[in-house]
Design a protein around this ligand. Structure first.
Ligand SMILES: CC(C)(COP(=O)(O)OP(=O)(O)OC[C@H]1O[C@@H](n2cnc3c(N)ncnc32)[C@H](O)[C@@H]1OP(=O)(O)O)[C@@H](O)C(=O)NCCC(=O)NCCS
Length: 142
């Protein structure tokens, strides 16, 4: 279920321009395959549920390394809370869970990427202690 949610929400966050350039079916299969492979390689997905075991949200965390230094760090691939359960602290709980997992694993840093127009997520990350260190820049060639 988390895989399907992840595919859907990542798609919804793409711009019109990005969506136009992609074949949704092929792209979904590719992301689904990547998700399966990531889980096999040890990535973790933590799910938040209410007292009736209804799904509230999830966080997907794995490992990445810095190409230049070779240092391994925890990486937040995605965090998602169902729309009707937002602003109730679920995102904070999921990020705290991801952080304890990273600490237990022995990472000394956690990284993530966030779209510049995703204010809710950026504010959540800042509240969790993240700071912007680098800018990811893109130049359109078409
Ligand atoms: C980002 C997201 C996970 C936040 O989940 P949430 O459960 O609503 O977050 P919380 O209730 O724990 O909020 C924690 C803090 O984040 C910030 N925040 C969360 N939503 C916000 C919003 N809509 N506007 C401004 N700040 C927001 C606030 O600082 C908030 O603290 P406060 O409520 O005391 O002001 C949720 O909005 C979501 O699923 N968005 C769609 C998926 C997404 O964009 N994921 C990020 C991928 S990079």
């Amino acid at each position: 279920m988390v895989k399907e949610i992840s595919i859907r929400t990542v798609w919804e966050r793409f711009s019109e321009d990005q969506r136009r350039k992609l074949d949704k079916e092929k792209w979904s299969q590719r992301l689904g395959g990547l998700f399966d492979m990531a889980i096999k390689e040890g990535h973790r997905v933590f799910v938040a549920e209410d007292e009736n075991q209804s799904f509230l949200g999830y966080v997907w965390v794995g490992e990445r390394s810095n190409l230049m230094t070779g240092t391994r760090h925890g990486y937040i691939y995605d965090v998602f809370v169902k729309e009707e359960h937002r602003r109730k602290g679920v995102g904070m709980i999921l990020m705290e869970k991801a952080e304890s997992y990273c600490r237990e694993t022995g990472y000394t840093e956690m990284l993530l990427m966030v779209a510049i127009n995703n204010q809710p997520a950026e504010k959540l990350y800042i509240k969790q202690g993240f700071k912007a260190e680098q800018k990811y820049m893109l130049k359109r060639l078409t």
